[in-house]
Design a protein around this ligand. Sequence first.
Ligand code: FAD
Length: 284
Amino acid sequence: MRIVEAYRAAKIPLSYEMFPPKGEMGLEEAREVLTGLAPLDPAFVSVTYSAGGSGNSKRTVDICALGTRAYGLTMMAHLTCAGSDRASIARNIEALKAAGVENVLALRGDLGQVPASPDYRFAKDLIPQLREAGFCVGAAAYPEGHIDCLDAKENVAHLKEKEEAGAQFFVSQLFFDNECAYRFLDECRAARIHAPIEFGIMPVTSKAQVTRMVFMCGASLPARLVKMLARYEDKPADLRKAGIEYAADQLADLARHGVDGLHVYCMNKADTARELHDAVEPYR
Ligand code: FAD
């Protein structure tokens, strides 16, 4: 199903992100994740593409095909354009079409080690090519600004450019303070961005994970979260429980606020996805 249609079918869509497991058993592990996610009746499941410079991109298309064909799920493939030229993206497009993928999240990707692309500077340069190819196209949104663009007005102006280029919906970067999301939403609507914005939440499971995220995406840490990390730093099971509770509170608050959609970065943990699904269900 095209995600714009999935949006019409659900009151507050709830979706999940997974990443292609590494190694020989990648597809088998992905099957396990999908087996856990399918009963949650997700609006869609998105599959990352070489996220964090992992180079882990080969299985994205296979996992999307598996999710659609074996589980009847609405799947979305992420696709980055940094370091690619138009011809290589055209090959990606053919592979996505051959696998029956209907939804693509158009991303620039991190610049890191990759050579400058001759054809794509920003994600907005990729979006028209994907729309022309017939995909339902989403793009990334940053409630606290992208790490390279902390000016709130520019952040929203760049989002508007993505909508004008053809993005039909947005999925947000993670954040730990819902006030940031509400402020961002107001700014987007004031800038006449009308596409649905789905807010992404990642449950905290370790101090190392949070530290990585804060430096990678510039998310701010509310005092409640800092205290939680300090209290349970050396108690992994307690920290996981508290992290799930924190994420569940964020999701329930967003649902009560009537946001367009909720997205869970479940890190391939179907049990985490289920716990958050159950916690947020009464509010949707
Ligand atoms: P863009 O929209 O191109 O923005 C990149 C930077 O350029 C921003 O600072 C933006 O403000 C600025 N900018 C945009 N337009 C202009 C302009 N006209 N003039 C000047 N500056 C401009 N990465 C992966 O590698 N694989 C994944 O699967 C993946 N999935 C993701 C999923 C989500 C929901 C999100 C939020 C991020 C994901 N990322 C992934 C990370 C993403 O690739 C990085 O955040 C990347 O640095 C920016 O990608 P973008 O598509 O937002 O780029």
